[in-house]
Design a protein around this ligand. Structure first.
Ligand code: GRG
Length: 287
């Protein structure tokens, strides 16, 4: 089961609901569209990682809710746009129609934009203390041109895929946000430079492993468990790690990255045990 500190999840989900609950005015349908995507399940990997790193330092987890929420909003924003006809043109996500299929393309476009904005509003409303600003910078950079947005560009626009470009795409598109979750949690907790570097390394490595595992699931995954049809990469003739290097090398690379990610946590000793179990579960996941 892919769960990290699962007892926090319900409370975090209610927090997200509250941040996007309506005011019954004319923009209510936009908020409904936002909630349709933000509050429709999802594994909550990024927020739970941020809260877990924060909790290792502070004991408490709720103090980091606004930053964890911002990460999930950025993630949800990117998924809404990624599903649209001009990009992956997907009709199912998390077992339900994608937002543009349910509410129309222009609503999906604005809802994605609005979620990105709400992410920064939520963090800035929470705090402008120095630790918070450092964490905000980490999160903002991970979404930008050297992060998710740049990775999406490489993924969708660059026709010639070399091994270097495939890995750079995975680093930017997927691993940066996961790296930012770990690093920002540590920064908010007041980590030393070495502790922060270790958090970032763990996040970056499980992030790349997670994306390669995603490619693997796209070939051998179960539609019912995943809530979407496998075979999408082949249908779109996408060059992935698996199609380039083959399944065997992909599986080996996932294990290599997993082992290095776990090693990076040595600095945290026993207190990182749940993060080690989480990394194992992440690469064995079926959805
Ligand atoms: C608005 C930040 C922003 C970017 C716009 C469309 C786009 C540019 C980027 C798309 C990037 C993208 C879809 C990356 C895929 C990352 C990935 C592996 C998503 C699946 O994550 P899970 O498995 O999803 O954590 P759940 O559903 O569990 O939340």
């Amino acid at each position: 089961m892919l769960e990290l500190n699962s007892s926090w999840r319900d409370e975090f989900d209610s927090y997200l609901e509250n941040l996007t609950s309506g005011s019954n005015d004319a923009v209510q349908p936009l908020l409904d569209a936002i909630r349709y995507s933000l509050c429709s399940g999802g594994k909550r990997i990024r927020p739970m990682l941020l809260l877990s790193f924060y909790a290792m330092f502070k004991g408490d987890y709720k103090g980091a809710f606004p930053f964890a929420a911002a990460l999930e909003m950025i993630h949800a924003s990117s998924l809404i746009h990624d599903d649209m006809p001009c990009m992956d043109n997907d009709s199912l996500r998390r077992g339900q129609p994608t937002l543009h299929c349910a509410k129309g393309e222009s609503v999906a476009m604005v809802a994605g934009d609005a979620l990105l904005n709400l992410a920064y509003e939520t963090m800035l409303n929470a705090s402008i203390a120095s630790d918070a600003l450092v964490a905000m910078r980490t999160i903002a950079a991970s979404a930008g041109v050297r992060g998710v947005q740049g990775g999406q560009y490489l993924d969708t626009e660059l026709v010639k895929k070399t091994p270097e470009i495939i890995l750079q795409t995975y680093l930017l598109k997927t691993a940066r946000l996961i790296e930012a979750a770990c690093l920002a949690g540590a920064q908010l907790g007041g980590a030393s430079e070495d502790e922060a570097c270790a958090a970032a390394e763990y996040g970056r490595k499980i992030g790349i492993a997670f994306q390669i595992q995603d490619d693997i699931l796209d070939v051998i995954g179960d539609a019912k468990l995943m809530g979407k049809e496998p075979g999408n990469d082949e249908k779109c003739q996408k060059t992935t790690y698996v199609s380039f290097f083959g399944m065997e090398k992909a599986e080996k690379e996932v294990l290599r990255l997993l082992s290095e990610a776990k090693e990076a946590l040595n600095i945290y000793g026993q207190s990182a045990e749940s993060l080690i179990c989480f990394a194992d579960a992440l690469v064995k996941r079926k959805k």
